[in-house]
Design a protein. Structure first.
Length: 553
């Protein structure tokens, strides 16, 4: 493969790169080298994905070679010295090469990026695809559980060593078919996990520890709760957000939440279930850990807190048709009246965590309360009370609005599902929407974990000024690439007649005539008329495509 040296880094490219591809790779290397953010636009068809992968992985490989040479020199120096060097955590950290996290909108787009990676000279580098338990968990007991509950139950099974799939990860992670194989998509590793009986979810996390590049959808990356559950570490990483033209909405949604009256009702029922279980400890199976630090008075206080919060939400006055909108402080004041403040939020969350783990461990049966509502409420508190400084709360007041509306009740005549674990919303229930209207708020939450650099790229980002301003992103590296196809390579013409001078009319009434015209002139059609186009025409005129021929139906 041709090798081009850009900014001191040799990059192997599948073909001789165009000038705009060299410019693009140069900007990518500037972001990585100088640890700054970049916003790069390059039109579709200009080899953007290929340029991203080759430049970033070339830098990683170049850095690894440098570190290896440094270690060799240090070893030779220390071999000749009398005293061995002292190895500190700072020394180990300085020897680590940053991992590349490549995020796109969907798994389909990630699959395309992986296929591009396989075409390059860097296909030998370690890579993995991160997904949630929803797609990667293969345990039969958790297959029908909702994703939030699946996470909690999985953690309990792992802690108690009762998951046979997790137990095989340690033995299988060093096996050749798993680690040495080229990068696998989610479907590949799930298929392999079912075949070899290991957990694909935890195997991807084992591969993640050794990976040079990690692929994931960017809602996994930007949403704080998902990122925490997946264990994704951003610090010192090279973050690439491909197809970032709609990233503003994702940033807003990652910083927003919704609280329903029915959610509070479920929390009350789960606390009540925990109180009942703890009062019947003699009936609990041997081997189940009963938390000793959960006092009955703590559960009573927690239940009173939820009852008061439910009352406060019920007392909110709204327009039943349009709802009502308040400032951000409305939700904070409502929580404070129920006894939830920044000062005691940590204690409440610790108790919620213990209860959730206890319920997920001991609850059994389709009607059992397993702590899902308590876990969701804990995530809500984490987002609301994420910051403590005055600047944080001032920004919350500027960026957030609270919209309260009536919670829809079950329609009359709708049949109950006797297997449903949810509680139907009661009449007069409310939905409190805590909406973030600043993409920059979510982006700052993300950058607060201090990645090495963030590269936003897409085919359509211009104008870059308003884009970076809305995200409140300081981007020192910017690029607006032209298209690789030049003006003298494009020919635009209007075709009004066919080869036999028949007028081309594509309206509804003339569609059969159009198909007859095309069928009559198949031999003279340009090569760019695809079979799909002809098939669509055939369907409109009662013809069908069989084999390589069109026949009358």
């Amino acid at each position: 493969m041709p090798t081009v040296t850009i900014d001191g880094v040799p990059i192997e490219f599948p073909f001789e790169p165009y000038d705009l591809q060299k410019d693009y790779m140069e900007k990518v290397l500037q972001c990585i080298k100088y640890e700054t953010n970049g916003v790069l636009e390059s039109p579709t068809g200009t080899g953007k994905t290929l340029s991203l992968l080759c430049s970033t992985l070339a830098w990683v490989e170049f850095k690894k070679a440098q570190r290896k040479a440094q270690k060799t020199d240090m070893f030779e120096m220390y071999a000749s010295s009398a005293a061995p060097p002292e190895i500190t955590p700072m020394t180990v950290r300085s020897e680590q090469v940053p991992v590349v996290i490549y995020a796109s909108r969907t798994h389909t787009q990630l699959s395309q990026a992986i296929n591009e990676l396989k075409r390059t000279a860097y296909s030998h580098m370690r890579a993995c695809v991160i997904g949630s338990r929803e797609f990667l968990c293969i345990h039969p007991d958790l297959a029908s559980e909702p994703n939030s509950l699946k996470t909690q139950m999985c953690q309990v099974k792992v802690k108690s060593r009762s998951c046979q799939f997790y137990s095989r990860v340690e033995r299988m992670k060093s096996a050749g078919p798993v680690v040495d194989k080229n990068v696998m998509d989610i479907e590949d590793i799930v298929k392999l996990g079912n075949s070899l009986k290991f957990c694909p979810y935890f195997m991807t996390h084992e591969l993640d520890k050794l990976a040079d590049i990690v692929f994931m959808p960017y809602n996994y990356l930007l949403d704080h709760n998902i990122r925490r559950n997946l264990g994704v570490k951003l610090e010192s990483s090279i973050i690439i957000l491909d197809e970032a033209h709609n990233i503003e909405k994702v940033c807003e949604e990652s910083a927003s939440l919704q609280l329903k009256s029915s959610d509070i009702t479920l929390c009350i029922e789960e606390v009540t279930a925990a109180m009942k279980l703890l009062s019947e400890q003699d009936k609990i199976d041997v081997g189940v850990d009963i938390p000793e630090d959960i006092r009955p008075e703590d559960l009573c206080d927690l239940k009173e807190l939820f009852l008061e919060l439910e009352k406060q939400i019920d007392d909110v006055k709204i327009d039943i048709y349009h709802g009502v909108t308040h400032e951000a402080t409305f939700l904070l004041d409502l929580l404070a009246r129920a006894g939830i403040r920044a000062e005691n939020c940590g204690n409440i969350r610790n108790l919620l965590l213990k209860l959730t783990e206890f319920l997920a461990t001991i609850a059994d049966g389709p009607f059992a309360r397993k702590g899902v509502a308590l876990q969701n409420f804990d995530g809500m508190l984490e987002l609301i009370f994420m910051g403590k400084s005055n600047d944080f709360w001032d920004k919350v007041k500027r960026c957030y609005k609270v919209h309260v509306l009536a919670e829809p009740t079950k329609k009359k005549g709708m049949q109950d599902n006797w297997l449903s674990k949810a509680t139907h919303s009661k009449a007069g229930g409310k939905i409190i929407n805590y909406w973030c209207f600043s993409p920059g708020f979510g982006m700052n939450m993300f950058l607060g974990e201090r990645p090495r650099c963030l590269i936003l790229t897409s085919g359509t980002l211009a104008p870059l000024g308003p884009y970076t301003c809305e995200l409140e992103l300081r981007a020192d590296v910017k690029l607006e690439n032209p298209h690789i196809v030049k003006g003298d390579q494009v020919c635009v013409r209007i075709v009004t007649k066919g080869p036999d001078s028949e007028t081309l009319n594509c309206n509804y009434n003339n569609r059969r005539c159009l198909w007859n015209l095309v069928r009559k002139n198949l031999s003279t059609l340009p090569c760019k008329v695809t079979i799909r186009t002809l098939r669509n025409m055939a369907e409109l005129s009662s013809w069908e495509y069989v084999g390589a021929k069109f026949q009358k139906v």
